[in-house]
Design a protein around this ligand. Structure first.
Ligand code: PMP
Length: 324
């Protein structure tokens, strides 16, 4: 679908996957005016296909667009287009446990102008790709590197938007994590490098003394849909959950005093990713003997059960595509 100032969003169409022709001066290439989303469709053994909270993704796409001065798109319309697209490709959505169809809606600025100003033309596209199981050998803890040099986002910046610049700003930190034999980066706040923000492409949770704590929406982290769902699930299980500022020093002392029970990341790709080790400067924190904790396991089983339709969906989170 395309956008121009005169027509608004126009000409929605489904076409075979193919390369795109763009002017070399298209503004997305130079100023990064682009936003995207990531969600999944799951096909169960009976053939039924479900999306997990897709309206949240389209709402977030528009919020990201707003931050990047991109015109909004009707959210119900985007969902209707997505359903239509999935219906066509439904048969190659894998059914093996853990597999899914990854969905990438995105908007790019296409006006060919070298001046710095919001583009007057855009393209909205949705591409699909089947993905294998995230955990091939069962759910396993990862190690994370607490980044104390680079910053992902600062308050007032684009950290709450799902936009390209936030991700390439993370490459150098990810190189440092890899060099330190850790799988992912844990970001600290951009002002004081003191408070925990989020992990690479996940939000982060700490189980401290029977309670669950997660960084609040600081204005520089992404408002994860899995994060929101985990908070709602924990509340429904009567497990105390707090959104607040959490300093990395607090985590170090909780580890020393034995009150740090579990750490896990939440995101569309892994759903729940237990963290077994944190490396911050010369502190190495081992969590739960580097084993997956009971709460991480329970959340993973419950969420994936709801997503695939194997378990009841008491929250009405899944959207089942009508069988045709
Ligand atoms: N933070 C960042 C930076 C991300 O890219 C993602 C993945 N979208 C998340 C958090 C988790 O968000 P969600 O649960 O919506 O996938």
């Amino acid at each position: 679908m395309d956008y121009s100032e005169e027509k608004g969003w126009y000409s929605p169409r489904i076409i075979p996957y193919q390369p795109l022709t763009l002017d070399p001066a298209a503004m997305v290439f130079h100023y990064g005016q682009t936003v995207f989303e990531g969600l999944k469709a799951y096909r169960s053994e009976d053939g039924s296909v479900r999306l997990f909270r897709p309206e949240e993704n389209f709402k977030r796409l528009n919020q990201s667009s707003d931050r990047l001065s991109i015109p909004p798109i009707d959210e119900a319309q985007m969902l209707a287009y997505l359903k239509e697209l999935i219906r066509i490709d439904k048969d190659w959505i894998p059914t093996m446990p853990g597999t899914s169809l990854y969905i990438r809606p995105f908007v790019i600025a296409t006006e060919p102008t070298l001046g710095v100003a919001p583009s007057r033309n855009y393209k909205f596209m949705i591409i699909l790709s089947p993905v294998g199981a995230y955990y091939k050998e069962g759910i396993n803890p990862i190690g994370i590197f607490v980044e104390d040099q680079y910053t992902r986002a600062a308050p007032g910046g684009t950290g709450t938007a799902k936009t390209a610049g936030n991700y390439c700003a993370a490459y150098k930190a990810q190189e440092r994590a890899t060099a330190n034999k850790q799988a992912q980066v844990l970001w600290l706040d951009g002002m004081e490098k003191k408070y925990v923000e989020e992990v690479g492409s996940m939000n982060v949770f700490f189980k401290l003394n029977g309670e669950v704590h997660t960084p609040g929406l600081s204005g520089s982290i992404l408002e994860g849909i899995t994060r929101k769902s985990v908070i709602e699930l924990l509340k429904s299980w009567d497990i105390p959950v707090f959104e607040r500022r959490i300093s990395i020093e607090e985590i170090v002392s909780a580890s020393k005093s034995g009150t740090l029970e579990e750490v896990f990341g939440t995101g569309t790709a892994a759903v729940i990713s237990p963290v077994g080790e944190l490396l911050w400067k010369d502190h190495k924190i081992v969590v739960n003997n580097n084993e997956t904790g009971a709460l991480s396991k329970r959340l993973y089983t419950e969420l994936t059960g709801i997503q695939t339709g194997e378990q009841k969906d008491p929250f009405g989170w899944t959207v089942r595509l009508e069988d045709e």
